[in-house]
Design a protein around this ligand. Structure first.
Ligand SMILES: Nc1nc2c(c(=O)[nH]1)N[C@@H](CN(C=O)c1ccc(C(=O)N[C@@H](CCC(=O)O)C(=O)O)cc1)CN2
Ligand SMILES: NCC(=O)N[C@@H]1O[C@H](COP(=O)([O-])[O-])[C@@H](O)[C@H]1O
Length: 245
């Protein structure tokens, strides 16, 4: 089955933020700009930001979006000097952006990709249309199992254990108009042990989430996402460009 490259919505070259691929290299590699959306502690956000700083991801987190201005992820962003935006706007709050204003601000930040990482509100169609095939989410189960409305955080792990499933894991998928129904891009399976508590399973899955999201974000920023002819997105291996996963 043949594959073709993903045509990103934001792949226009911008000279201002390119860096040489290696010393003396003639080819330039544009550093991608990332927006991360969180609602809680933000450990996935922190691991992605750390990978950007260390160079394993060819990108930078340029803005943090949250619906909880005091959450741990927002506090970490402030400590690192990353701008924090409140979305969505709640009726009883003065600040906070509308969907249209959020799109404008993300364009001003020249955001290439949007990464949801523990963000618990529904992304509106306006934002999805503005960033086609450029919004991603990480979910703490092997979708399509244990996904959809009501399946977030510990609720997911409790349901997995109650079901008797022997495996769970992490899924990264494209975001569409509904919760957890977008095209699956990457997964990592994790065993469920006979005497697991939901907290123990959550911790085991979260460790794999951190690794998986960094790996996928690195692929995004190196333009290594391709589409199989049946519409399934794949990641081209960095080590062996003839291999996909
Ligand atoms: N348009 C989309 N928006 C979001 C998606 C998505 O796939 N498409 N993913 C979610 C993240 N998510 C699972 O990965 C998820 C988050 C929240 C819920 C949920 O049931 N939320 C509750 C409200 C929870 C709260 O406010 O505390 C609800 O809507 O009643 C399910 C799945 C992020 N957005
Ligand atoms: N359905 C969405 C959902 O449940 N997302 C989950 O919230 C946690 C956020 O942790 P973090 O804030 O430490 O990254 C993660 O486990 C993520 O998969």
């Amino acid at each position: 089955m043949s594959v073709r490259r993903l045509e990103c919505s934001n792949n226009a070259e911008k000279v201002s933020n390119v860096v040489p691929e290696k010393e003396g290299s003639k080819s330039w590699v544009k550093r991608r700009k990332l927006a991360v959306f969180v609602s809680g502690g933000g450990s996935n956000f922190r691991s992605i930001n750390q990978a950007c700083i260390e160079g394993s991801v060819n990108g930078d987190v340029v803005v943090l979006v949250t619906n909880k201005h005091a959450c741990g992820g927002a506090q970490y962003a402030r400590d690192k000097g990353i701008p924090v935006i409140l979305f969505p706007k709640r009726k009883d709050e003065l600040n906070g952006l509308s969907s249209g204003d959020l799109v404008k601000v993300l364009r001003e930040f020249e955001v290439d990709f949007i990464l949801l990482a523990g963000y618990l509100k529904l992304i509106p169609p306006e934002l999805i249309q503005a960033y086609p095939r450029s919004i991603f989410n990480i979910h703490p189960s092997l979708l399509p199992a244990f996904g959809g409305e009501g399946y977030y955080g510990m609720e997911v792990h409790k349901a997995v254990i109650a079901s008797g499933a022997r495996y769970s894991g992490a899924t990264i998928h494209f975001v569409d108009e509904h919760y957890d129904t977008g095209r699956i891009l990457a997964q990592k399976a994790v065993p469920v042990l006979a005497n697991d508590t939901a907290e123990e399973l959550a911790a085991r899955v979260l460790r794999e989430e951190h690794k998986l999201y960094v790996k996928v974000t690195a692929a995004l920023c190196e333009d290594r996402i391709v589409w199989r002819e049946d519409g399934v997105p794949l990641i081209r291996s960095k080590e062996n460009p003839e291999e996909y996963y």
